[in-house]
Write a protein that binds this ligand. Sequence first.
Ligand code: SF4
Length: 374
Amino acid sequence: MRAECRQASTLLHPDSGHVLSFDREGRLYTFYDDGVLYKRALDSSLHWRRREDGGPRERGVLSREEARTVYEKVHHFVERGVRELEPDCSARFRQEVLPWTPERLLAEKERFDAVYRPIAILPPDQYFSVVVQATEGCTWNKCTFCSFYQGRPFSVKNPQQLKEHALAVRDFLGKQLLLRKSVFLGDGNALALSRSRLLPIFEAVREVFPGYPIYSFVDLYTGERHDPADWGELRSLGLRRVYVGMETGLDELLAFLNKPGSAAELTAFVESLKAAGVSVGLIVMVGVGGREYAARHAEATIDALARMPLDQDDLVYLSPFIEHPDSQYALDRQQAGLHPMSSEEAEAELQRLALQIRALGTRAARYDIREFIY
Ligand code: SF4
């Protein structure tokens, strides 16, 4: 039995097949259990993944009862740790970790629901941000492939509500803030608000989370358009990077997805952000449009990216496309006679695109939306 009592986290190594990590509130964060990695989300849902014998990665989310069984196992390890560790570390386990019984951990769901509306998605480099839901939903909500915010009308918190929400988030996270180094302004399109509505939001975030860099999604088709001076002002208030669902550089395919805009508009938008010192994260869907669109989708996307002033501060995320069987996209695809790419084809395409994007002088990374956790 071994432990590491770090400033921002606590680790327990009972034996070679098990590793547990906890935040400084004492709540479980990860549990490696003989080949299965469990990650606890803030609502105490438990996400698992494993890969057996070089096969494909498997993943899923446990039911509440299954999660309880895992939390009981975790609690037994902690009880052992309290008995067997050296006094210094044992005291931290006794004071911080042991009070988190399985019941208390599961009850975090109610605390989470009191603070947050469901959080649909984040960019991978922001899974460890502090989410502040300035808005809820998406201003557009009509892309045929997207189910992130279905049934949730777009709404905006007023400055008072936002301040209360940010304070509640801070209270809920507690000492887990030691692990979280940025603020992500949710949900789908917070930066589409007008400058006059955004400034108090940024001020409130800066007051509650001083010094935290700010990140957010935006689309360029709905809401207020910001000029470089607006972006520069938001930059001075902490905005560091905005993430845009580019999806494809092929306008025809974008229209097929019912997403407004064009590669030329996106290029101008990126120029405007970069001129203000704000970096971008562009998300491209690999495999969307099926085999029939694959070559033109790839070529137009690389062409569009090559025209943008991207550098090493920026990121291009390549996201294997996941078709939801009951989506409008699935219907449209069948009617158009398009054939989905196999996961092997999409993976090979992703690797090809990543190489081409890196050759443009910017960063490319895989973005599997099934791995999202907050
Ligand atoms: S703009 Fe983004 S969040 Fe909104 S519907 Fe389209 S893909 Fe979904």
